[in-house]
Design a protein around this ligand. Structure first.
Ligand SMILES: Cc1cc2nc3c(=O)[nH]c(=O)nc-3n(C[C@H](O)[C@H](O)[C@H](O)COP(=O)(O)OP(=O)(O)OC[C@H]3O[C@@H](n4cnc5c(N)ncnc54)[C@H](O)[C@@H]3O)c2cc1C
Ligand code: FES
Length: 510
């Protein structure tokens, strides 16, 4: 007999009693094989796809805020009326379904057609003809996609010195590296997306300079590209090791798809890997390579992994989690040289390694902005609209330092979702909008089957409260300064993490 999965909940084509759905309540049912989320707001009932278009997160476990639903996994947000993806990391809409109510019952009929978005007016009256985006990563891609979603008709040129079209970079240290994600999960969009949407994506194209006055960017081949508006999204690059032997072919950093493919290739014949650095990327790589059966050693100078960002207790948990999976730590130690397959440690020890992955941090790629005379402060300085110090030049993503209304400080972070949302906000502003970037920062990290979510930004704190049980993988940590919650880290407390995000948004707005 064929193995068939029963669809979840009631058959919504047959209807349910309105009283079965509390006000502001959620319910998952189905029409045929398709799972649908019903949400009641007063007498109105919305029916939308039950799963997020990012990684298929269950929207029923998310948070309803007004006429929107936020995804529990990575905090995307969808409009319940139109299905629109309002917040990255989701970039595609969810389907909306027609709802009928009669005789106290709610019925779900067919899928509704997606309404075309309304084109925003340009307050300045000057819609740009030529938008140039430097960078083909999270921020650059999200900006280009948003420009077309906003019905922008002018030219978009996207210049990237990478050799692959925009990819889902977070996957490169997680499922794809572990060998559990197929190749087609990695591109953010298929190659056909760019010509179909009139996006002139030029790969292997290095931008070497910006002339802010004549509004042109210079390319490495000597040619120039003119712009009316320019968006800089050059991201960050891994810090390179400067010890003897660091330039050998089996020593690699991880940023691009090509880096990831190189590591996968070597991992096929490697027995042991040494990861230098116990950062998020270093430890995600450790987990992914354990999944491939490699022996993994992690060498790092700190006493506890991730203590600076997640505190001592979470740091101990992360260490124990990796040890449970067979990772061997060499903490409070660093590599002093790599001699062939031997990694020499400062402490005097020596580790054999067929493969060495260096994850010792990144630095923002700000050289072209700096040479162009843009204001720089450990990143490219932007205002709340993501404008740099030069007219018509914007910056977003890992390079941008922006005034964060939540911490009250100018901050620069290296988070996927922040880069995408900044790219989108910059796109709207390049079209004449005045959208302040006021989103609460969010990132996630995945270690084996344990996701860690983090909202807010706390460079320092004077109080750390733990609700729940960290070792039991059910916890919420609050990082507070002078009694105010600056950030929240959680494991399997998704709804509370979303609620904390909302509270931080309201706190900054109020
Ligand atoms: C392996 C890995 C895993 C990660 N996992 C997570 C995660 O789980 N969660 C999370 O929140 N964040 C994660 N991050 C961080 C996240 O990917 C970054 O914050 C995000 O990619 C930043 O986006 P960006 O657009 O600013 O830069 P990038 O995505 O790095 O894009 C920069 C682009 O600019 C191009 N470029 C640079 N200089 C030039 C030039 N001079 N000329 C032309 N092109 C140029 C590059 O080729 C690239 O296309 C991860 C990063 C890595 C590397
Ligand atoms: S699965 Fe919904 S935001 Fe990632």
């Amino acid at each position: 007999m064929a193995d068939q999965t029963e669809p979840t909940g009631p058959d919504l084509a047959h209807g349910i009693a309105l009283t079965d759905l509390a006000d502001s309540g959620k319910l998952v049912g189905h029409v045929g094989a398709e799972e649908i989320l019903l949400v009641r707001r007063g007498t109105e009932v919305f029916a939308v796809d039950a799963h997020c278009t990012h990684y298929h997160g269950p929207l029923a476990d998310g948070l309803i805020v007004g006429d929107t639903v936020r995804c529990p996994w990575h905090h995307a947000c969808f409009d319940l009326r139109t299905g629109d993806a309002l917040r990255a990391p989701a970039l595609s809409a969810i389907a909306c379904w027609s709802v009928e109510q009669h005789d106290g019952k709610v019925f779900v009929r067919g899928k509704r057609q997606q309404a075309a978005p309304v084109r925003p007016g340009s307050p300045s009256g000057k819609t740009p003809q030529k938008i140039v985006i430097v960078g083909g990563g999270a921020a650059g891609f999200a900006a280009a996609e948003k420009l077309r979603r906003e019905q922008y008709q002018g030219s978009i040129v996207m210049l990237s010195n990478d050799d692959s079209a925009p990819v889902d970079r977070p996957n490169l240290s997680k499922d794809f590296l572990a060998g559990t994600a197929p190749q087609d999960w990695v591109p953010l969009r298929p190659d056909s997306f760019y010509p179909e949407n009139g996006i002139d994506l030029r790969l292997k194209t290095n931008v070497t300079g910006i002339d802010a006055r004549s509004r042109e960017v210079a390319l490495a081949d000597g040619s120039k590209v003119a712009f009316d508006r320019l968006l800089l999204t050059t991201g960050a690059e891994p810090v390179r090791l400067s010890i003897p032997g660091a330039d050998q072919p089996h020593v690699s950093t991880l940023r691009s798809l090509a880096d990831c493919r190189g590591i996968i290739e070597r991992a096929k014949t490697a027995r042991r890997v040494v990861v230098l650095g116990a950062s998020f990327i270093g430890l995600e790589v450790a987990a992914a390579l354990r999944a491939r059966g490699l022996e993994v050693h992690v060498v790092a100078p700190e006493k506890r992994p991730m203590e600076r960002i997640l505190g001592a207790q979470m740091g101990d948990f992360v260490r124990a989690l990796h040890e449970e999976h067979g990772v061997v730590f060499h903490l409070e130690d660093t590599a002093s040289a790599i001699d062939g397959k031997q990694v020499k440690l400062k402490s005097g020890g020596m580790l054999e390694a067929d493969l060495v992955i260096v994850g010792i941090g990144v630095r923002p790629r700000i050289e072209i902005a700096e040479r162009a005379g843009l204001a720089i402060d450990r990143g490219v300085t932007v205002n709340a609209y993501l404008e740099t110090s030069a007219p018509e030049i914007y910056a977003a993503g890992d390079i941008a330092r922006w005034p964060d209304p939540h911490s009250g400080e100018s901050i620069r972070v290296e988070h996927w979702v922040v880069a995408e949302r900044q790219g989108q906000a910059a796109a709207v502003n390049m079209l004449g909008g005045r959208e302040k970037f006021a989103t609460v920062p969010f990132f996630w990290s995945q270690h084996y089957d344990v996701p860690i979510n983090y909202v807010g930004h706390a460079e320092k704190w004077d109080e750390l409260t733990v609700d729940g049980d960290i070792a039991g993988r059910d916890c919420l940590l609050r990082f507070k300064l002078n009694g105010r919650t600056l950030a929240v880290a959680s494991i399997f407390r998704d709804l509370q993490s979303l609620e904390a995000e909302l509270a931080m948004e309201r706190d900054a707005a109020g």
